[in-house]
Design a binder for this molecule. Structure first.
Ligand code: NAD
Ligand code: ZN
Length: 351
C-alpha cells in the first residue's frame, strides 16, 4: 500500500477516511481494526460489480467477513424506492443481523442508497463507504447524507447517517469514463473557490497527485460537516453553483451531468457576485479557466424563467428568501439571501 492518507471525522459517528492507491485489496484487513468479524453484504451497481466486487469480496472473506453481494443496474434511475426496498428485502431474506455490515462499493448512487438502507434496516446497521468515482470520493461519501430520489425530485427521502469507515482507492478512477472524471472535478474546483486560492492555483498546474487532491477536498468537507452536520448553516456553502445547477440539469433533461451543470452554475454564481459588487470584476474568468482545464462547460442555453422555476422548487428554500452562495474572491464565499421576487432579474443579468 503506497501513499496512504487518513482523515478523521468527528460527527455523530466518528470514523476515518482512508485514501490511497491499491487499498481495495486491503479492505478486510482495514476493517479488522474497527469491526469484529461478521457477515458483510456488498451493495454495488452493474458497472462497478464487473470491475471491483471480486477484489473486495476476496479481501473481506480473507479477513473473516463472509460476504454476499447485491447488484442493481447502474444509473441514477436505480436510486429509487424500488431498489431501496429490494435491498432491504435481500438483507432480510439473507437473515442479516444488526451486528452485520453493509459495504457500499461504487459512486454516489450506490453510496446514497446503501447508506439509507443501512440507516433503516433493523433501525440501523453499520456500513462502510468505498467510493469508486471522484465525485463520491470528494463529496457524497463524506458527511453522512444518504438518500433516494422520489418521483417528485432528487434526494427527497433520506437520513443523516455516518459510515463506520470510508476507504477510497484512487486507482479505481482509472476506469472512469472521462465525463465522470470531469464531473468530479466540478466539485473539486468548487472546494477551491469556497476555501483556498492556493488549492485553485495547484489545480492549474500541469501535474497533480490525485491522492493529495482527494485528501484536501475531504478535509475541506470534513471541516464543514463537523461544524454543521445537519445542514442548518455553514454546510449550505457546499451548494455553491448548485442552485442554478439543479435548473440546468432539469432543463437539459439530464443530458448534462450533475458536475457539468455545477460548472455552469458556478460561473453564474460568480457573475451574480460580480454584479452585486461582492467580488472583483473578471473573477469569473479565473473560474472559467479552471473549469475549462478540466473539460467542463461554462455556459448553457437556459432562460432566467427556467432557472427561477427550478431554484424555487428546491427543497432547501425557506420563506420568501433564497440563500445563494456567492464568491467574495477565489477561496472565500458567503451565504447571501435574496428576495424570491428579485431572482429572475438577478439570473437574467448573470446569463
Ligand atoms: N450524499 C451526498 O452528500 C451527495 C453529494 C453529492 C452527490 N450525491 C449523489 O451522488 C450521485 C452521483 O454520484 P456519481 O457521480 O458517483 O454517480 P454514479 O454512482 O451513478 O456513478 C457514475 C457512473 O460511473 C460508474 N462507475 C462508478 N465507479 C466506476 C469506476 N471506478 N469505473 C468505471 N465506472 C464507474 C457507475 O456505474 C455510473 O455509471 C447522485 O445521486 C447525487 O445525488 C450525494
Ligand atoms: Zn454536487
Amino acid at each position: 500500500m503506497n501513499n496512504i492518507k487518513t482523515v478523521s471525522v468527528k460527527a455523530s459517528g466518528s470514523y476515518d477516511i482512508t485514501i490511497g492507491t491499491g487499498v481495495l485489496k486491503n479492505v478486510g484487513e482495514m476493517l479488522n481494526k474497527i469491526k469484529k468479524p461478521c457477515r458483510a453484504v456488498i451493495v454495488t451497481d452493474s458497472n462497478v460489480d464487473e470491475l471491483y466486487t471480486d477484489t473486495v469480496m476476496e479481501s473481506l472473506i480473507k479477513a473473516g467477513y463472509p460476504a454476499d453481494k447485491y447488484v442493481f443496474p447502474a444509473g441514477e434511475t436505480s436510486k429509487c424506492a424500488g431498489t431501496f426496498i429490494d435491498i432491504l428485502e435481500f438483507l432480510a431474506s439473507e437473515k442479516i443481523t444488526r451486528s452485520d455490515l453493509l459495504v457500499a462499493l461504487g459512486g454516489g448512487v450506490v453510496g446514497d442508497i446503501t447508506g439509507f438502507a443501512a440507516s433503516c434496516y433493523l433501525r440501523g446497521i453499520d456500513f462502510v463507504q468505498i467510493p469508486t468515482t471522484l465525485l463520491a470520493a470528494v463529496d457524497s461519501s463524506v458527511g453522512g447524507k444518504t438518500a433516494i430520489d422520489l418521483r417528485a425530485g432528487k434526494n427527497l427521502a433520506g437520513a443523516f447517517y455516518q459510515p463506520i469507515a470510508v476507504i477510497c482507492d484512487t486507482d479505481t478512477f482509472k476506469t472512469l469514463p472521462e465525463k465522470e472524471v470531469a464531473c468530479g472535478y466540478a466539485e473539486v474546483i468548487k472546494y477551491g473557490i469556497l476555501f483556498e486560492k492556493a488549492f485553485c492555483d495547484k489545480l492549474m498546474q500541469d501535474e497533480n497527485d490525485i491522492n493529495e487532491i482527494v485528501e484536501k477536498c475531504v478535509i475541506f468537507k470534513r471541516d464543514v460537516v463537523e461544524k454543521d452536520e445537519f445542514d442548518n448553516g455553514e454546510r449550505k456553502l457546499l451548494n455553491l453553483g448548485h442552485t442554478a445547477a439543479h435548473g440546468i440539469e432539469k432543463v437539459s433533461a439530464y443530458s448534462l451531468t450533475h458536475g457539468q451543470a455545477v460548472a455552469v452554475g458556478t460561473v453564474i454564481a460568480t457573475k451574480i457576485a460580480e454584479n452585486f459588487g461582492i467580488c472583483e470584476k473578471g473573477t469569473y474568468k479565473e473560474v472559467e479557466n479552471m473549469l475549462t482545464k478540466y473539460n467542463l462547460p461554462i455556459k448553457y442555453d437556459i432562460t432566467p424563467e427556467q432557472l427561477c422555476d427550478a431554484a424555487l422548487s428546491d427543497k432547501k428554500r425557506g420563506g420568501g428568501k433564497l440563500t445563494l452562495v456567492l464568491p467574495e474572491k477565489i477561496g472565500k464565499c458567503i451565504l447571501y439571501d435574496v428576495n424570491v421576487e428579485d431572482l429572475k432579474e438577478i439570473f437574467s443579468q448573470a446569463l
